[in-house]
Design a protein around this ligand. Structure first.
Ligand SMILES: NC(=O)c1ccc[n+]([C@@H]2O[C@H](COP(=O)([O-])OP(=O)(O)OC[C@H]3O[C@@H](n4cnc5c(N)ncnc54)[C@H](O)[C@@H]3O)[C@@H](O)[C@H]2O)c1
Length: 297
């Protein structure tokens, strides 16, 4: 249901690759809520994805920009302000990529050139976007900036690899820049820590289906979908959340506050027999010792 929460607002959205993308859902919802949108993505995403289709639907422009390149970002912000005929009210950073994850390099056998790329694309790009916007004075007072994060910034999740470090950095940038931009321009900066979501980037994470199922069982409200992330994001772009800043906001059905749930325990117990391979002198079965388990990190 649309409530015109963003009527008259103008937003720049990074990261809509295809209709599964969280950014695609957010851009579409923001448009429904009355916002004008400019879309952007890396040049390669214009060739591989369907961003132009979304631009057509939203009756707007999609401007290619590599978010790691300052010159691309400067051109992008200038073109966006030309398009709107003025400054921007909200910005979405929905960008993530790890070459180590893509190539299957484990965390304890990382390629450091790739690691730096992970940090540059997934975290430093956020700083670059903010610094470029501030340099050009591109965002209106009381504007709102949101980036997408994941709970692996705080807790270790098997297989999330160097993206965990990138998310920790991303969230820290939101706080550090949030102080500066808030003090100067009343611009708020937050991160949304989203449930696992079946998108192109999400599905690249090792064991993604198992992770989705586990967090669904662990979360009292179940996993948050991309559509639900869009709803939450609209609230953060709207004037209803003007004093929320420098926060990492969990949007995960309660996952981040859980230790063990009934639904997850149930599955764990059902499978316990399969992994019990030794009995003690009293005949009690014991699980394989953790140190005997092997597996990629
Ligand atoms: N899918 C999940 O499970 C999940 C969970 C929590 C957080 N997130 C985060 O949500 C955000 C969006 O990811 P998604 O799940 O919608 O996947 P997605 O693959 O649809 O989006 C990732 C986007 O990053 C863009 N990108 C990559 N390199 C870029 C560059 N150099 N310049 C500009 N853009 C670039 C891609 O083109 C793509 O559009 C990411 O930050 C991701 O880490 C995803």
């Amino acid at each position: 249901m649309a409530c015109n929460l963003l009527k008259g607002k103008k937003g720049l959205v990074f990261g809509a690759l295809n209709e599964k993308s969280i950014a695609w859902n957010i851009a579409s919802r923001a448009h429904e809520e009355g916002a004008e949108i400019v879309l952007t993505n890396a040049p390669v995403a214009f060739r591989m994805g369907s961003i132009r289709e979304l631009a057509e639907k939203l009756n707007t422009q999609a401007i290619p920009a590599d978010a790691t390149k300052l010159e691309d970002l400067e051109t992008l912000f200038n073109k966006t302000m030309d398009h709107f005929g003025g400054k921007i009210d909200f910005v979405l950073h929905s960008i993530g990529m790890s070459p180590n994850v893509r190539k299957g390099n484990t965390y304890d056998d990382t390629n450091y050139d790739y690691f730096q790329k992970t940090l540059d694309i997934s975290a430093l790009s956020f700083h670059k976007i903010l610094q470029t916007a501030r340099g050009l004075d591109a965002i209106n007072e009381w504007g709102s900036v949101v980036a997408l994060s994941y709970v692996a910034a705080q807790r270790t999740l098997y297989g999330y690899n160097d993206m965990a470090d990138a998310k920790a950095l991303l969230e820290s940038i939101a706080r550090s820049f949030g102080y500066i931009y808030g003090r100067e321009k009343k611009i708020r900066i937050n991160t949304i820590s989203q449930s696992p979501t079946p998108t192109t980037a999400g599905s690249g994470v090792m064991g993604f289906e198992g992770l989705m199922d586990f967090s669904e069982r662990m979360s009292p409200l179940g996993n948050a979908t991309a559509e639900e992330a869009a709803n939450y994001c609209i609230a953060l772009f709207s004037d209803l959340t003007r004093k929320v800043t420098m926060q990492n906001l969990y949007h995960d059905g309660g996952f981040s506050s859980m230790g063990m749930s009934h639904a997850a325990m149930d599955i764990y117990n059902k499978n316990l027999d399969d992994v019990c391979d030794c009995k003690d002198e009293e005949g009690v079965k014991h699980r394989t010792r953790p140190e005997d388990l092997t597996g990629e990190e």
